[in-house]
Write a protein that binds this ligand. Structure first.
Ligand SMILES: NC(=O)c1ccc[n+]([C@@H]2O[C@H](COP(=O)([O-])OP(=O)(O)OC[C@H]3O[C@@H](n4cnc5c(N)ncnc54)[C@H](O)[C@@H]3O)[C@@H](O)[C@H]2O)c1
Length: 269
């Protein structure tokens, strides 16, 4: 039984040139899907994505450009995707913005965070994700099938622990912007909303919420973070592949509206 195969499927992945984008793209390609990768105009090609482009035949992978906040650009991307591969049946809503900590200052008091910055986070992480779902979901509705996977975060369900950052030399201390988690919490509700409204059209909508993914974090952060994870470590790319395939494929045919937390148990405590 090939429950997890995606042969003949067409997947769209937003934010494809970032850290996790190439992980989703590579996983979907390996399962047999054609992938229409999207990122915003001007975002440079990452070495990880370039490597995938070199390895995959052009008939299986294409890179389009669209800002998730601009409907016209997304509609153009849908047309391009259809002409290259066909109607999308999988959408990975992965594009997102966050503010990384900076050891060289950059701390702020919560009450001083500019409203423009807060709105920008919601605009991309929540409204942009909704806009992508509207544009690509409309095509899935016509086709009568589809799986939408919204990339959430552990901070969709819990607040960031400020102590992870208290070794950073900045005054006021670094705080992870509250808009990040709030925008991701909103994604979980949108996931349930779309899951119920689009179930009659054969579209499943789920969230996949990664925990902290190992990257360029400093050693103190990693130590404090890992001590908070029941499985004792940060996530690596391979931890995310199976959960994505599960949600994208018919292995999860009777699963909709859930938030699959892939965080080593972080949110249990
Ligand atoms: N990396 C982690 O540890 C982690 C943990 C939990 C959740 N996540 C979530 O996973 C997703 C990917 O994270 P990442 O670490 O790869 O982030 P990243 O910053 O490396 O990549 C994000 C990508 O989104 C694109 N993007 C940003 N704004 C856009 C816009 N307006 N239109 C189109 N594209 C836009 C960027 O160009 C970039 O390529 C995000 O939604 C993030 O919140 C990441």
């Amino acid at each position: 039984m090939d429950l997890f195969g995606l042969e003949g499927e067409v997947a769209v992945v937003t934010g494809a040139l970032g850290k996790l984008g190439p992980v989703w793209v590579e996983t979907l390609l390996a399962a047999g899907a054609c992938v229409y990768a999207l990122d915003r105009p001007g975002q440079p090609l990452s070495p990880e994505f370039a490597r995938l482009q070199d390895a995959a035949p052009p008939a299986q992978l294409a890179l389009g450009r669209a800002d998730v906040r601009r409907r016209g650009e997304l509609e153009e991307a849908l047309r391009d995707c259809r002409s290259r591969f066909g109607t999308p049946s999988v959408l990975v809503n992965n594009a997102g913005v966050d503010t990384p900590p900076s050891a060289a200052g950059g701390g702020r008091r919560i009450e001083e965070i500019p409203i423009e910055e807060t709105l920008r986070v919601f605009e991309v992480n929540t409204a942009g994700l909704f806009l992508c779902s509207q544009v690509f979901g409309a095509a899935m509705k016509e086709a009568g099938r589809g799986s939408i996977i919204n990339i959430g975060s552990l901070y969709a369900t819990v607040s960031p622990d400020a102590r992870f950052y208290d070794h950073l030399a900045c005054d006021p201390p670094f705080v992870k912007p509250p808009a990040y988690g709030a925008s991701k919490a909103a994604v979980l509700n949108l996931t349930k909303y779309l899951a119920t409204h689009w179930a009659p059209f054969g579209i499943r909508v789920n969230a996949l919420s990664p925990g902290g993914v190992l990257g360029g974090q400093d050693e103190d952060f990693r130590r404090k973070f890992c001590a908070r994870v029941p499985l004792g470590r940060m996530a690596v790319a391979d931890d995310l592949r199976g959960p994505l395939l599960f949600l994208a494929s018919r292995a999860s045919a009777y699963v909709t509206g859930v938030n699959l937390q892939v965080d080593g148990g972080f949110t249990l405590w």
